[in-house]
Design a protein around this ligand. Structure first.
Ligand SMILES: Nc1ncnc2c1ncn2[C@@H]1O[C@H](COP(=O)(O)OP(=O)(O)OP(=O)(O)O)[C@@H](O)[C@H]1O
Length: 369
């Protein structure tokens, strides 16, 4: 694979639908060739709208879309070197696997010989050798998914868009397809842009994640970067479990929360600036009370296979979530130990009430899924 280059750019893209609803607010993003990207966000955050704009099925109200440095904002979708795999796969039920995959090439009037070779290669790529003559109704969900991918990659797109395309699969198959998709992307070396509202899925598959909320990009970066350095409490809560507490910067590298002063790894904020601190549950170690930086009392404990999830209260009744490989005694004082770099300090961006309302609607949507 050659040098990394920018393949898609969205510049100041705003989308206002006919009813006046603004689904995207001044989106700027850059996609490099050969990488696996996820657009991650709750329902209604604008993920599919971005995908439709990249594919050309929808036009931005303001702003430009560039492909390989050329402005394609007004270009017909069929003329873009971009293919989409839709959530419902949109396979033709009356055509068999071969005919489904061959469809686009037939429209392009490629020779029968070429089509046969290309379809065979595409089916091989998605590990469906020998399935060419099967009817769509004779395939499992995962196999249909793979036919949909074969049908897209047979056109040799430079970019493949995948819209919530694993959401119809059961959990086990979904995991399998996550590995499979990632493997296909690596083999092909083309850019994948994957839409999901599942943070674990995005974290495990992507080179880069764009976290979206309310029509805006909240944060972009590698999975590790987004997990370890969430930029605001939306991202901190959306990605993984967190302990989030109000705090105050004392000075560089010193922060106050839970009525105590702690060393931290953050600097450059104003003295007395109000902040929020994030500590991930797996960064808390349980120690004897005398050695703890904080003393809490464990209230509940759940065994989750590879760790215990413990909920505990500190002296101010702040609740702490702890992931521990060892069990602890309930209703007894335990110490919590953490390193300065495990404290992540966030500046305040939005009111708690606004955030809570959004989180509630996100959780409702997940429950309805
Ligand atoms: N044609 C339309 N007219 C008006 N509003 C629309 C239209 N299409 C989408 N929207 C609104 O734009 C917002 C973003 O929609 P979009 O489908 O991009 O979200 P999403 O993040 O992909 O959500 P989901 O995960 O539920 O698919 C939503 O509030 C949606 O109701």
């Amino acid at each position: 694979m050659g040098e990394k280059m920018d393949i898609i750019q969205l510049k100041n893209v705003t989308k206002r639908y006919d009813d006046g609803f603004v689904a995207l607010k001044n989106i700027n993003l850059t996609i490099e060739s050969g990488k696996f990207y996820s657009l991650l966000g709750p329902s209604g955050s604008g993920k599919s709208t971005i995908l439709r704009i990249i594919a050309g099925f929808s036009n931005p109200t303001e702003g430009q879309v560039y492909f390989d440095g050329k402005d394609i904002t007004e270009l017909d979708p069929a003329k873009r070197q971009i293919n989409t795999v839709f959530q419902n796969y949109a396979l033709f039920p009356h055509l068999n696997v071969f005919e489904n995959v061959a469809f686009g090439l037939k429209i392009k009037k490629r020779s029968i010989k070429d089509i046969k070779v290309a379809v065979k290669d595409a089916l091989h790529m998605v590990r469906l050798d020998g399935f060419a003559n099967r009817e769509i109704s004779e395939l499992s969900g995962g196999q249909q998914q793979r036919v949909a991918i074969a049908r897209a990659i047979v056109n040799e797109p430079k970019v493949l868009l995948l819209d919530e395309s694993l959401s119809a699969l059961d959990k086990r198959l979904r995991k399998e397809m996550q590995f499979e998709l990632r493997a296909i992307q690596k083999k092909l070396g083309i850019t994948f842009i994957f839409v999901t509202h599942d943070q674990e899925e995005a974290l495990s598959m992507s080179d880069e994640i764009f976290v979206l909320n309310d029509g805006k990009i909240q944060q972009s970066g590698s999975p590790v970067n987004i997990y370890d350095e969430p930029i605001n409490d939306f991202v901190a809560r959306f990605i993984g479990d967190s302990n989030i507490l109000p705090g105050r910067m004392i000075k560089d590298f010193e922060v106050e929360f839970a009525n105590k002063h702690f060393q931290c790894a953050d600097a450059g904020m104003k003295e007395n600036e109000k902040v929020e601190i994030v500590i991930r549950p797996e960064d808390l170690d349980i120690v004897v009370p005398e050695k703890g930086k904080l003393v809490v009392t464990a209230q509940t404990q759940l065994f989750l296979g590879d760790h215990f999830e413990i909920k505990a209260l500190d002296a101010d009744e702040n609740e702490w979530l702890i992931h521990s490989t060892n069990a602890c005694k309930l209703n007894e004082r335990i110490g919590l130990f953490f390193d300065p770099e495990d404290i992540h300090v966030m500046r305040l961006h939005e009111s708690q009430a606004d955030f809570d309302a959004r989180l509630d609607s996100y959780e409702e949507d997940r429950e309805n899924d």
